[in-house]
Design a protein around this ligand. Structure first.
Ligand SMILES: [Zn+2]
Length: 381
């Protein structure tokens, strides 16, 4: 039962914490570089945090140029801006794209390596600057993972995976998630559920801690996602989702994701479909595809999402998939590629690109071939 498990050292889970961010981070940095996107600024989500930084006398610079599926050129520009500010720390404030960008900036700001040098596993050679992350969605779990996903100039999704990407602290303030529109709540919440499920079925790095976290995450998420979609200002549901997404993040940081993510990447890389929505689309076909090899794990997860499910492994596995599909449907997220403008002609290129995601496909309980990938996309066209 040998395993390793790496957590983020400090987690502050406190509704309202963003409004006292200055007090929280001032022992670690004096010239923070704050990384976010224009949507977060326009929605007024970051105002309280910025006021708090000022109140604590911190000389911050605000970078609000993050784009979804962060393109390499934007990340490089942000690193330059952070250097010009002489930042002594980085704050990522937003969804996965802002937090991933912040992680890479913190790694590169004092480094001689280029962004291209650090793609892949354990390529980061330098120490990183102090780093705090605040999620405004309940999905990616990026605040507690050692991964950043960047989109290259030729539309490939590249992972930077290294222990330096674990932040010094994650600050989770559920009030920041209250204004998420329904489709974002649904899609990001499903992404978090996928993190838990795929951590639980990883064939290499699944371990007792990641299993315990994955089960608890899936319990929190599956029992609260529809409530959070339907009653958006229900703070208890929002807290459960934010907690569940973070716990799922810890699980998959230590037992990485599989083919749902591998199949979802080309949807983001080629068509800019948001990460959560891409995962929601591919979840059902990949669960059915994996079932012959993962029925034991899916049967165990049936106890979490469909308590009372009884029978053989195969019956419980079916009950699990049925319940997950019901939840996805209840959130109202899109279920067909054609609804998002993807046509039959696009599928071969998507299947080719999906196979390039071996970093995650190797974790999947069943090998995915080109023909499999094509069949899985065809199923949800
Ligand atoms: Zn994900």
């Amino acid at each position: 039962m040998n395993f390793t498990f790496d957590p983020v050292p400090q987690i502050i889970f406190e509704t309202g914490a963003a409004a006292r961010l200055g007090e929280i981070i001032s022992p670690r940095m004096k010239r923070p570089f704050v990384v976010t996107d224009k949507g977060v600024v326009t929605a007024g989500l970051i105002e309280g945090a910025l006021r708090s930084l000022e109140k604590s006398g911190l000389d911050y610079a605000l970078f609000d140029g993050v784009e979804a599926d962060p393109p390499a050129r934007i990340v490089k520009g942000a690193v330059e801006a952070a250097r010009r500010h002489k930042a002594d720390g980085v704050i990522g404030f937003g969804g996965g794209s802002s937090m991933d960008t912040a992680k890479v900036i913190a790694v590169l700001i004092n480094s001689t390596q280029s962004l291209e040098d650090i793609y892949g596993m354990d390529q980061v050679k330098s120490e990183r600057a102090p780093l705090a992350l605040l999620p405004t969605t309940a999905g990616t779990g990026s605040e507690v993972t050692n991964i950043a996903v960047i989109t290259t100039e030729d539309d490939q999704k590249m992972g930077v995976v290294a222990p330096q990407l674990y932040a010094d602290m994650a600050v989770l303030d559920s009030s920041l998630t209250l204004s998420m529109p329904r489709h974002v709540t649904g899609a990001t919440g499903i992404d978090a559920m996928v993190h838990a499920i795929e951590a639980y079925t990883n064939i290499h790095r699944k371990n007792p801690l990641s299993d315990a976290l994955a089960r608890e995450a899936l319990r929190l998420l599956s029992f609260n996602i529809v409530r959070a979609c339907e009653t958006p200002d229900d703070i208890a549901a929002r807290e459960a989702m934010l907690l569940g997404a973070m716990v799922a993040g810890q699980a998959f940081a230590n037992s990485p994701v599989g083919a749902v993510h591998g199949m979802a990447y080309p949807l983001g890389g080629l068509f800019h479909i948001p990460h959560g929505a891409s995962n929601a689309l591919m979840l059902e076909p990949v669960l059915r595809f994996n079932a012959p090899n993962a029925d034991h794990q899916y049967a165990e997860l049936a106890d979490v999402v469909a308590p009372g499910a009884a029978g053989t492994n195969a019956q419980k596995c079916d009950a699990f998939i049925k319940r997950i599909v019901e939840i996805v449907a209840a959130t109202g997220v899109e279920r067909r590629l054609s609804q998002l403008g993807i046509s039959h002609n696009d599928l071969p290129r998507m299947a080719e690109d999906a196979l390039k995601a071996q970093r995650v496909l190797v974790n999947n309980p069943r090998t995915v071939t080109y023909d499999d990938a094509l069949a899985l996309y065809t199923e949800v066209l």
